[in-house]
Design a protein around this ligand. Sequence first.
Ligand SMILES: [Zn+2]
Length: 220
Amino acid sequence: MGVWHRIGQDALALLLAASCAGCDRAGTLLCEACRMRLRGERHDVRTPEGMMVHAALRYEDVPARVIRRLKEDGATLLARPLGDALRAVLAVQPADALLAPVPTSRAAFRRRGYRVPELLVRRAGGVPRRLLVSARRTGDQRRLGRRARAHNVAGSMRAIGSGHGRRVLIVDDVVTTGATLDEAARALLAAGFLPVGAVALAATPRLRPPHDTTEFTARG
Ligand SMILES: [Zn+2]
């Protein structure tokens, strides 16, 4: 048996062993019905500090399952359709803004071997700029409420270099309370960048809707 034939068989075996990330249907990584559920449609939400976030998907049902498969199960092929969804919200952003992904903690990078927000930006056709880095370790955010999250991430990031007023769009995969995005904006401002807003692949439905009119003001 030739090597290419063997590789073909391996690929086929892998595909047959696969199940749809959205609905568990066998024989595919993502079925057509679930792929349709990943079409990006802009949902606007606001962070606790009032910064506008354009999210492509609601973090529930099929999109939530597919994103978890990418984040927790190493299914990096799913970054392609998810990147397409993100592209829909990146397309309406000011073209001159640098795209700064929220930094991935060292622990998460060791576990996964890739940085999810950065990978998504690439798959969306953008150029990610690693302007933000983790300044210290943070506790696991998942079990924390809104106030505790904000406290947990305060001072956890810093921006590299000096911004000289350059406009930056912050990018994250999933927005839960928005505390992480506020911290990213704080770090960017402190380094002289001008954060113009944020985009996310998905936002949890419990986030504040945009008609809550508390103004986002740039704070140094
Ligand atoms: Zn499916």
